[in-house]
Design a protein around this ligand. Structure first.
Ligand code: ZN
Length: 149
């Protein structure tokens, strides 16, 4: 097992705690086009995403939930990452993030912003479900939205 840079770990931990304590986009959208919920029984994490979709663009997104810092920080980061993106771009990001969480050696070429802080979670399979919970919910929500369109 490789030894990660301690400074980076500290920086990442701070980023995760910052999103956990000050979640972005936490005011639930009224009359959203999509509501998607997720529950992780292993940890007791709950997430709810609400999305407005205009044309092909996720024009607004909110995240609420409760649970461990990784699950809640990941949901907060998700909102920043997909807001203003097209549905196709959001789906590509879901795939990219899922790969980051399942392959500890994978380093994305793209700038993934704060999501980079969660990269280290891939080394802890039991926590991967926490980190991916909101992303699975987003995928479900987009699938249902596309199915209804
Ligand atoms: Zn958790």
């Amino acid at each position: 097992m490789s030894v990660p840079e301690p400074e980076l770990d500290e920086l990442y931990r701070e980023l995760i705690l910052d999103h956990y304590r000050n979640p972005r986009n936490r005011v639930p959208l009224e009359s959203p086009a999509v509501v998607a919920e997720g529950y992780n029984p292993l940890c007791g994490d709950e997430v709810e995403l609400r999305l407005n979709v205009e044309g092909n663009v996720i024009s607004d997104v909110s995240f609420t939930g409760r649970g461990c810092s990784i699950s809640q920080a990941s949901g907060s980061m998700l909102t920043e990452a997909v807001k203003g993106k097209t549905v196709a771009q959001a789906r590509a990001l879901i795939a990219l993030f899922t790969r980051m969480m399942t392959d500890p050696d994978f380093v994305p070429e793209e700038d993934v912003g704060d999501l980079e802080a969660l990269q280290g979670v891939a080394k802890y399979p039991v926590r991967v479900k926490c980190a991916t919970l909101a992303w699975h919910a987003l995928q479900d929500g987009l699938d249902r939205h596309d199915g209804a369109a």
